[in-house]
Write a new protein. Sequence first.
Lengths: 398, 398
Amino acid sequence: MVNQEYKKLGNSPNVIRELFMYGLEQKKKLGAEHVFDFTLGNPSIPAPEEIKTAIVTMLNTEDPIKIHGYSLSAGDPVAREAVAADLSSRFGMDVKPGEIFLTCGAAPALISVIKALMTENGSEIMVLAPFFMEYRPFIESNGGKCVVVPPDTRDFSRIDTKAVESLISERTQGVIVNSPNNPTGAVYPESELKALAAVLERKSAEFGHPIYIIADEPYRELVYDDVEVPFIPLIYKNTVVCYSYSKSLSLPGERIGYVYVPSFAEDSEELFNAVAGAARITGHICAPTIIQKVIAACASKRPDLKAYDENRRLLYENLRDIGYECVKPQGAFYLFVKAPNGDANVFSQKAKLGHNLLVVPSDAFECPGYLRVSYCVSKDTIINSIPAFRAMMNEIKG
Amino acid sequence: MVNQEYKKLGNSPNVIRELFMYGLEQKKKLGAEHVFDFTLGNPSIPAPEEIKTAIVTMLNTEDPIKIHGYSLSAGDPVAREAVAADLSSRFGMDVKPGEIFLTCGAAPALISVIKALMTENGSEIMVLAPFFMEYRPFIESNGGKCVVVPPDTRDFSRIDTKAVESLISERTQGVIVNSPNNPTGAVYPESELKALAAVLERKSAEFGHPIYIIADEPYRELVYDDVEVPFIPLIYKNTVVCYSYSKSLSLPGERIGYVYVPSFAEDSEELFNAVAGAARITGHICAPTIIQKVIAACASKRPDLKAYDENRRLLYENLRDIGYECVKPQGAFYLFVKAPNGDANVFSQKAKLGHNLLVVPSDAFECPGYLRVSYCVSKDTIINSIPAFRAMMNEIKG
């Protein structure tokens, strides 16, 4: 007699994972160069050399008992200091180490914040479609209701604030904003965030409690064409930031990130403690020390985005020339392409079986009719995949 | 408006942490050699040299994208294979990698199992006092009822199976067994575990569903005098093992452990999936890859216990000579000493303020009247602390 909800979650077929596993098998059969796998958001540029240097230096010079010892629950003081100093210098703020709670990546960060905002009244967390597919289980299986704001498909960098306003209830505790966005690659400009902030301020006042923005920012560093990603706490004070170094330092497997609860946010001390309590009862306190110490050394390091940017241009321009409709993304490493036949599932299936071309249908992101194409791959994969994309278009256009 | 329960958990004073922090301050004031800190269960022997070698070799020879990339949710196949092979060879079993779910340490392992066993009927998890203080919040804040079996204070290596039987209800889903035990250092012998198994088998049959033993085994490798720690799945088939390498490889900060769900346990596939689902919605899938790869290389490595064993004998013999009552522990790195005045809180407070002697009163472990003395410290700390223990005894005896 086990928990049936968790059993399903642990056993549910994940479309991305299934495509990826299919790709692995096909690569074994046909050779890697004949399979065009655009499924995963796994960084394709190596971690900066400084990561290796930091680890080896640490192992060679420091006491192993200290390197591998428990950290304090909220994290190693030096790592928290480094994160705070980096945020302060970038955004002209005075972030304190005590406002930072280190976590095993963005997922535990988000989950701790979601749990911290769950009250007995039945809390709602709002998400903006399309959105990262794990938001829904993170919210629903931690006691909340997931309220979806429909996408503005004319322009994914716009937020439908009218819909936000009409969907907010007195139970709304937070709105997850993911910018640069997975799966669209869009960056919400300051004007959109200010409009959102205005709605939330008005509604917070109406209901007499803060409605937080939960800024999920693993892609913050991955932007192109000198686009600025607004730092939301500077626009809306009741913002909690969830961050991960997975993408910026190409360390996805190392599970290191943080929650930043600005002291100027309402009830910030209560919220920080609730995040800590939620982390405690999900077993997330004390992120791995060796990785925390890497962050202590490398928090201000930025990625070299040249390879991603080249991929982005190459894929975008080729797909547009073939006739695919897609907005040129400003951030992350995803292209969000309109399915030419209108049915992304059919396209994905035909592309897979007919061309070993693996792209993710967007139903999982709750915005059907699109294909997520992750361009964190080798340049060769992109070049070699173009005939497959062209063949698919020809088949569909008949 | 934040979650009040988590807020309290994130902010609740922890007696161990408070004593430890006091010790740090006193060390700054007086010098480390004048403070006798026996509070934490933080390994005092360094990680084996093989850990460092494994990491440096990996960094020097492997592709950083693979080293730091996402692993599969349940863990790196090579690491799961290494864990399964180690268990198989030690216990004469045929453990399969698919029965192992790697986790960020024992806490997430335990929590995932507890959550996996929560049903709509209101699940109960039984614990044997004295017990690790986090069991209660882990159970209660994840939706369960914590049912405490009173200690057998005549002999902590005995389980009061009559009490177990009378406290089991149809909602009982599991019993946590922690051997070697924190805080007593006791190891439950095979006879006690068989008696427990008999009760659970009878009651499982009566209620028509399995009652699992949740074997929490972070101290499995830390035993002395050639004592054998029975491997519970060999005694009771419906056992799920939660393990951590924190103590055995002196890697407490690195947060690496696993859940082992034997395929011969009832509903094992369902249970494994429910553990995976619980891990997913608490954000625990894909433990840090660099540490998983360390385990892949070092799963069969055992600690050199000489230093702990020396500490154990030295402290035990000296305390006994002074007149303290204590059973010589067979495992872990704790001495569980009867408070000579009967009140462990008074003793702990007086020892702290009068002698900078820091020992943990046992109320937190739900078995009042004892002091947990963690002997994972330097030998000098033990030698230098003896006059303080003697002075405390003289003060109390008047």
